[in-house]
Design a protein around this ligand. Sequence first.
Ligand SMILES: [Fe+2]
Length: 332
Amino acid sequence: MSTFNVNLCHCSAVSPYNDMIVDDPVFDPSVHLALEMPAYTISMTDLGYDEEVRANTPTDIAATSCFRILSDEGVAAMYHVCQQLEAFTTSNPRVARNTRGGIYRSNFLRDFSCSPEVAAHHSQIMKTELTPLALGHNLAHVNYPPLELGKNIDKWHVDTLQVDTVMFVTDPNQVEGGEFQYFKGTKEDIANLRDLEQPIPTHKIITPPIKGAGYAVLQQGNYVVHQASALRTAGERITLVNGYSYADMAYPDYTAVGQLIHADPEEVVGAEYCHHMALRIGRQLQAFTNQPNFQLSLQAQAESLRKVQTELQLAIEQLDNARGQAMHHFGD
Ligand SMILES: [Fe+2]
């Protein structure tokens, strides 16, 4: 009997760009990875999030201490890739110089960012299954320091995704400044401070020690308010941010199309968002085709389909209403 199989590509099979980097290493997880567990984690409760907010995510882990991801060979290869990706930097109201969409220009970066080994490792840390983010420009984002010394690399903000790693590609201990920092409080706490024009109390600013290049912090980026501070002296600082989604479809998607169009070309954001939501919706519809539930009432079947319909409707509304938002951040 012939079967009709729909193969959904997690990474888009086509690219918005023509230019690839010239010298692209081949990613080999057995050579380039040196995965370790973090020594400790901090919880959503530690940050002050209440039960109602915590019910929106499948894990109470908010952020980790720094842990190793890349081997020495992995650091050398990633540094080589990121040096070449610096030719493609763009600016937005938060970050002076970043390269987004590098997965379309480097197969090494794409294969690392989509690595099932890395996703499985991070899932173990977060105690919930994670999948690499399907929006290519948010899947891998590379930060470079502003050309102007003393200017923050990234302002205080939350991310437009569920989970991400901030990995140092260069050794942060070789430069003055450029620390990754997070706020020990909630998004509302920092918004209130800003409304009152009060500074962030220094005891609320956490600077996790980073051992070296290839080490990262894993966080619920949409809840952990964080920043990348300025370099105090001239030096090289490159970080790679990789995005992940919760595999559990019971938790709603978090993508902010109106924010992403400040960082990437509008047509690219639209195509990637449709790809991402089609994957999410397709995976939910697959359950109806591959594992039909013979026990449910007609009303329950309708309710299951309605949930998918609601996701599609919300996606359409995001696209319709994306324009006209300011880029959100909490300043320097
Ligand atoms: Fe961020």
